[in-house]
Design a protein around this ligand. Structure first.
Ligand SMILES: [Zn+2]
Length: 258
């Protein structure tokens, strides 16, 4: 069964030339720390284990969970994401938040306090991401936190007591000062960095001038499909949504010229 060995945001991958894959079993020289989760994704079994120390192993390489994305096939990366969420969750909930006693594994995906009985399950943080359309253009922005010089979509965390639609409107308003309307669900993607769920929407521009008053964004504007800035990496929901919009724009042009 493929082993997902995780430590400090990194996963151990087997490397042969430039091809990466998950090791088929846990290398004997690696000692597991205790967090171990077995699960199945699309009919394939995996085991995820938390380990300490990124030991060097011949023919293997420790790669950041996020960077493993471009090196693994979609199914394997999905499994790495799930495994890293579970191990992160277990490591960050060693003690009961109610009474401070040491938590014990209760079921495959729950921890229970032997003193007060408090039981907890892995929880993800929902975040929204939105493609705002204005005529034949889309709003693309560069955020201070982006590590590479690309332009993506407005995104942000859902706050307590807020609907997803309210969150979408608030994030766009806060980050760009724009008003939007016609907010529609587009799709979602697990975002295991460390435990989020990215929920995608489209919306239409309704008014206002762009300003980046709250400081999260540094640049941005409305771009047409023929004058796009560098885009987010393949595989991200942002990239998928932008590519879908480009296809829509091409279809619009084809429909007009017929
Ligand atoms: Zn307790």
């Amino acid at each position: 069964m493929p082993a997902i060995l995780l430590n400090d945001g990194k996963v151990l991958l087997h490397r042969e030339d430039e091809r990466y894959s998950l090791p088929e079993a846990q290398p004997e020289s690696i000692v597991a720390e205790g967090e171990k989760f077995d699960f199945e994704i699309e009919g394939k079994d995996y085991t995820a284990v938390g380990v300490t120390g990124c030991r060097e192993i011949e023919g293997m390489e420790w790669i950041g969970v996020r960077d493993s994305w471009s090196r693994l096939d979609a199914g394997a990366h999905c499994a790495v994401g799930k495994g890293s969420e579970l191990v992160f969750w277990a490591r960050n909930n060693r003690f009961c938040g109610g009474c401070g006693a040491e938590m014990k594994r209760s079921t495959e995906i729950s921890l229970k306090c032997p003193e007060c009985g408090r039981e907890i399950f892995p929880s993800v943080s929902p975040a929204i991401i939105v493609l705002v359309k204005r005529d034949d253009k889309a709003l693309l922005v560069h955020a201070r936190q982006f590590t590479r010089p690309f332009f993506g979509l407005v995104a942000g965390f859902v706050e307590t007591g807020e609907t997803l639609e309210q969150c979408v409107a608030r994030e766009v308003k806060e980050e760009t000062s724009l008003d939007i309307t016609d907010i529609r669900y587009e799709g979602s993607q697990p975002w295991p960095y460390p435990m989020q769920l990215m929920i995608g929407f489209t919306a239409r521009y309704a008014g206002g001038e762009i300003t980046f008053a709250d400081g999260e964004l540094t640049e941005g504007g409305f771009f047409d499909k023929d004058h796009l800035p560098p885009l987010p990496g393949n595989g991200s929901i942002a990239r998928r949504m932008i590519e879908k919009w480009i296809e829509e724009m091409k279809e619009n042009i084809n429909a007009k010229t017929k």
